[in-house]
Design a protein around this ligand. Sequence first.
Ligand SMILES: Nc1ncnc2c1ncn2[C@@H]1O[C@H](COP(=O)(O)OP(=O)(O)OP(=O)(O)O)[C@@H](O)[C@H]1O
Ligand SMILES: [Mg+2]
Length: 228
Amino acid sequence: MQMLLELKNVKRGFAGPMGAVDVLRGISVSVEAGSALAILGPSGCGKSTLLYLMGALDVPTSGQVLLDGRDLTDLTDDERAKVRNTRIGIVFQAHHLLAQLTVRENVLVPALVTGVTDEVEERARRLLDRVGLADRMGHTPSTLSGGERQRVAVVRALVNSPGLLLADEPTGSLDRATGDALGDLLLELNREEGTALVVVTHSETLAARMDRVLTLTDGKLDPAKENT
Ligand SMILES: Nc1ncnc2c1ncn2[C@@H]1O[C@H](COP(=O)(O)OP(=O)(O)OP(=O)(O)O)[C@@H](O)[C@H]1O
Ligand SMILES: [Mg+2]
């Protein structure tokens, strides 16, 4: 069976003042369509770096990143951007909302490329309602709390119905109840729409709700050790 996303011996290093820093040292992992994967690991271990590679925002120093069987490293920047816009939703660790736009406009940004149809508008409204922000559609990000902004960023990532949702600490600035509700939303979309999830998190509670939990340590991904 063809995997949705496949990383083969992916390495990513950065040039630094003290020489090269090898952050990812040979990552091989497959994500099936419709599955849900959590990635745990200490601060600075390379989780965001890994997510950028999965999200076609960055290319590895060596190794392959295959989406729908196509090697993303072979694509031009324009082709990669198209794949990202149509197939992938990304929730960034820093949410990157556009300050001048309202909540409604922010969540519709990914749809601008293909066109904002009534259907997309309706989906945006429904998703905002599900995260409890239906009455904030006309607000700008500066008038929202950190957790509210994070929920807007999640809706924006979902508006184009991506096959793959990558989320970097999506519950990082949420209280327990709001974080649980966001976890509910992600898992409901995973079940209802078959959206594959890759969630980077420090929350063991959220991680435990995914099908699979891996830990990133010393630049390698390993099955998470059971808490005994
Ligand atoms: N563009 C870059 N240039 C140089 N070094 C980088 C770059 N991006 C990341 N790094 C380095 O790679 C390492 C991993 O960074 P990354 O942001 O992936 O960590 P993380 O696991 O997401 O941490 P956190 O949990 O704090 O978000 C860090 O040491 C960082 O300094
Ligand atoms: Mg990070």
